[in-house]
Design a protein around this ligand. Sequence first.
Ligand SMILES: Cc1ncc(COP(=O)(O)O)c(C=O)c1O
Length: 339
Amino acid sequence: MARFWHVFTVRNLLVVSLAINASFILRLGYETIDIKREQLLTGKRAQGEALPTQRAHLPVSTTSSPSSTPFPGGDRDRVINLDHGDPTMYERFWQQVGEKATIVIPGWQSMSYFSDIGNLCWFLEPEFARQVLRLHKIVGNAVTEDRHIVVGTGSTQLFQAVLYALAPPDAEEPVSVVSAAPYYSSYPAITESLKSGLYRWEGDALSFSKEGQFIELVTSPNNPDGYVRGSVLNKSGGVLVHDFAYYWPQYTPITYPADYDIMLFTVSKTTGHAGMRIGWALVKDREIAKRMVKYIELNSIGVSKDSQLRAARFSKLFLTAANLPAIQQSPFLSLPITS
Ligand SMILES: Cc1ncc(COP(=O)(O)O)c(C=O)c1O
């Protein structure tokens, strides 16, 4: 089994995770994506598309029963069904954490819309904000000084909030949104979903030659190929949005604290709790952060407090339960719980 882990490296884990999420998006029912999916399934893989829905014959156990031996030989015939799109591969870890990850929220708590009335992001739970800062400080993957934290219903809502925040409301032309192919397959679908006059999906950043304002999405490590990436457009008029969903030590070595103007993160990939729907943005510019908050106010009048409280607990446990140098060397799912 040690040999298996040698072969099934962190990079493999990332690719599996990326494929899971990409295939989930493919199942959301967008007609165009379904057409592309058909092409993918018949072998005509388009540039910019993520991996197709598939069955991977990997010897990974299912998540229903915890076990102290991660991958007993009996699991050899089990498969990961990439149809679902859930990071349930993390379940074993949280089963091992056990009661410490359980929180009780009394009926009278979390009732108000407001979490922190004096904060620019008034629906940000202070305890969640504290754990976000602590997490970045210990992991060392992002600079948090002089940044505003904006919490969102997943990184998906934050992405939409960023588009809203960056698009000048009075511009004559919609701002172009691009990303170097292959890119995360839901970027085009989300950008185009409202047929907004504020922004427009323009596809592959590598072949983007239009004049005018643009937003470049930089995903690192990238979904779907797992590569560490930087911006590819070297011209004026652009704003970079860094999607750091996977810039965590269980996916890639953390080589420097990212120090960009707009950085997106998500609990879905950090702790594996995609169902809590919590993400956060670190934003340098106050006005941009304010507009993002405005969008979330209009879209959902804030973000679930209950989810933020759970996310705070999990973020805290992620570091106390797992040993950081060890996570950098092996998938953190296989680690014993040390506290
Ligand atoms: C690169 C990337 N960004 C964002 C997301 C969406 O994250 P969330 O679950 O927080 O909406 C995903 C999900 O697969 C992703 O792969």
